[in-house]
Design a protein around this ligand. Structure first.
Ligand SMILES: O=P(O)(O)OC[C@H]1O[C@H](OP(=O)(O)OP(=O)(O)O)[C@H](O)[C@@H]1O
Ligand SMILES: O=C(O)c1cc(=O)[nH]c(=O)[nH]1
Ligand SMILES: [Mg+2]
Length: 195
């Protein structure tokens, strides 16, 4: 069992919580970024966090765990290991979230979606669409960090969504970003912007 405070402390201890001026995957700007790989680079911590996620869904008869590249691959693998299921991932092809590498979801499969960080929820929604397109049954959404202040909507009932840590972090449209107005240099992390 890991409490929300313990998860937060682990992120602080591994220096995963960064301050500055960041361009996010959604195109929004933010003064804070969770560099999930500062914690996920420690397999022991990844295992511990994923065991906690697995525990939250142990009664859901999960048959398949799926997450979006990049962090979602590690999470799906570890949660799938803990639950004794298959683990696959989605990736973007020309910007569109897809199943590649021969991955298949049979109709009716009980699917758990996992993701590292949620800002707008757009990436998780894309995975939801992939699972629904294959007629999988989404039995849960498990997140390391939901930083949306509860605003992200996946089109999934709230009682099926579990986040190990909930945060409310400001985000700004580029044209309204106060950090841009103050000419604070901006950094890009994650893989969305790699061309
Ligand atoms: O809720 P959203 O607004 O969709 O943003 C969150 C997404 O952005 C980050 O991924 P990113 O595309 O930066 O790539 P990565 O997972 O390869 O780091 C993060 O890992 C989530 O997948
Ligand atoms: O929205 C994002 O792109 C994002 C935010 C964050 O805090 N961490 C991350 O990995 N991605
Ligand atoms: Mg991602």
């Amino acid at each position: 069992m890991m409490t929300e405070q313990e998860v937060k402390q682990l992120l602080i201890d591994t220096q995963a919580i960064l301050e500055g001026h960041f361009l996010l995957t959604s195109g929004l700007h933010s003064p804070m970024y969770v560099e999930k790989f500062n914690v996920l680079q420690h397999p022991k911590y990844t295992e511990r966090l994923c065991q906690e996620l697995a525990t939250r869904f142990k009664d859901q008869n999960v048959e398949l765990v799926i997450g979006p590249m990049t962090g979602g691959i590690l999470l799906a693998h570890e949660v799938g290991k803990a639950l004794g299921t298959r683990a696959i991932f989605t990736e973007r092809e020309k910007g569109v979230m897809t199943l590649r590498r021969g991955f298949r979801i049979e109709p009716g499969t009980r699917v758990l979606i996992v993701e590292d960080i949620v800002t707008t929820g757009g990436s998780v929604r894309e995975v939801v669409d992939v699972v629904k397109a294959s007629q999988g049954e989404i039995v849960g959404v498990g997140l390391l960090v939901n930083r949306s202040g509860g605003k992200a909507d996946f089109g999934i009932p709230n009682d099926k969504v579990q986040a190990l840590l909930n945060l409310t972090v400001p985000t700004y449209q580029p044209e309204e970003c106060p950090l841009c107005k103050d000419s604070v240099p901006m950094t890009e992390r994650g893989s969305k912007h790699i061309k």
